[in-house]
Ligand binder design. Structure first.
Ligand code: SF4
Length: 370
């Protein structure tokens, strides 16, 4: 199981981006895989959009082009919740893994794995971003619009990104993955502001809903190797999916994490429960008729997304936080993804007073006692 060794069926290259160093590096790393030069990028993308089962086929091919707009954007989060002040780097889009609940099936307009190769422009925009935020400690990462490492053996982007952010102490840079594709990380010197993080779930959900991804145990082993190398690591229990007996399964995963990885090396753990816009439901029904997770009782929140009833969310969050604490993780910074003030207060006992408060909490090496 797992696509750490994913290679596309075909690589399409935007003619304008052909000479860029990253494009040439990709061509070297893909060996004999067929390629095609694209003369008209918009026409190419439009044809992909209207093709049959575009999401599925988009996960098999790679498109190398240039970012025409902003590389750095604030994570849009969702209305009426506490944002975690995260910034997204739009470097690679889409993902060859195929998790049933993946929001990208609904969110991305270009259904093909895309690499933006104009790195000089990325560094220029990042310089400006860091200058504007020189009195803050923002968090920024590449893992929101795809998996940060799943094609890293093809792009080697992790090496350039780590080397760019190394020593820039007013920013925390995160690579977020479900894969075991850590060779480039293990060959790179760690830095205290670089965090490599894994999305985790219960083994049962990983098997049924994250079929293409490595097992949870393998992910934890990869995190352990990266932590042993000297990097700080992070974990995202997101989306937590509820089913009878799930607490026992999550308990096992938490115990496994905290017995194998020194809590002092864990930069943060985030929690988020299954949520999705109603429009994603029909995409999931169509693409994954066997999945059951969308048929649980859910309510539509103020942000229009479907999610579990609040008492159910509270119950699982409280259990997980208690387990983390019992297993030695008292000082690990914890936060919620897309949750309300009342959830923060009832589960963690505090509410960040604005972005700077949360920033200070998550950038502190020890977080807050929970
Ligand atoms: S690993 Fe992340 S980006 Fe990739 S399919 Fe799964 S949820 Fe989507």
């Amino acid at each position: 199981m797992g696509k750490a060794d994913f290679f596309p069926r075909k690589v399409y290259i935007d003619k304008e981006s052909f000479d860029l160093p990253l494009t040439q590096r990709i061509l070297k790393n893909i060996g004999q895989i067929p390629t095609e030069i694209i003369l008209d990028r918009e026409d190419f993308l439009e044809k992909r959009r209207i093709s049959r089962d575009s999401v599925k086929f988009g996960k098999r091919d790679l498109f190398v082009t240039s970012q025409k707009g902003e590389f750095v954007k604030r994570c849009p989060c969702t209305p009426h919740t506490i944002g975690c002040n995260y910034f997204i780097i739009n470097l690679d889009l889409n993902c060859p893994l195929d998790c049933t609940y993946c929001i990208l099936q609904h969110y991305l307009s270009d259904p093909i794995i895309t690499v933006h190769a104009n790195l000089d422009e990325l560094w220029r925009q990042l310089d400006i971003f860091l200058h504007k935020n020189k009195n803050r400690t923002p968090r920024i990462g590449t893992g929101e619009l795809g998996d940060s490492l799943v094609i890293d053996h093809i792009t080697e982007n992790s090496k350039d990104l780590i080397s760019y952010f190394r020593g820039k102490d007013n920013v925390l840079f995160e690579l977020k993955t479900k894969t075991l594709n850590i060779e480039n990380i293990l060959n790179t010197e760690p830095a205290s502001n670089i965090i490599i993080s894994w999305s985790l779930n219960s083994p049962r959900i990983a098997e049924s809903e994250e079929e293409e991804a490595p097992s949870v145990e393998e992910r934890i082993q990869a995190a352990q190797r990266v932590s042993d190398k000297g990097f700080r690591v992070g974990f995202h229990f997101d989306p937590l999916v509820l089913y009878p007996g799930c607490e026992d399964d999550y308990q096992e995963v938490i115990a496994h994490v905290l017995t194998n990885i020194n809590p002092g090396r864990i930069a943060w753990i985030s929690l988020g429960s299954l949520r999705f816009p109603p429009a994603l439901k029909s995409v999931i029904q169509d693409r994954f008729p066997q999945t059951k997770i969308i048929y649980e009782e859910m309510i539509k929140g103020k942000d229009g997304k479907l999610r579990y009833f609040k008492p159910l969310r509270l119950e699982i969050y409280k259990k997980i936080v208690r387990l983390i604490k019992e297993k030695g993780g008292q000082t690990i910074p914890l936060y919620f993804c897309m949750e309300s003030e009342s959830i923060w207060r009832e589960v963690l006992g505090w509410i960040p007073k604005g972005e700077e408060d949360l920033e200070a909490y998550l950038s502190s090496p020890l977080g807050k006692s929970i």
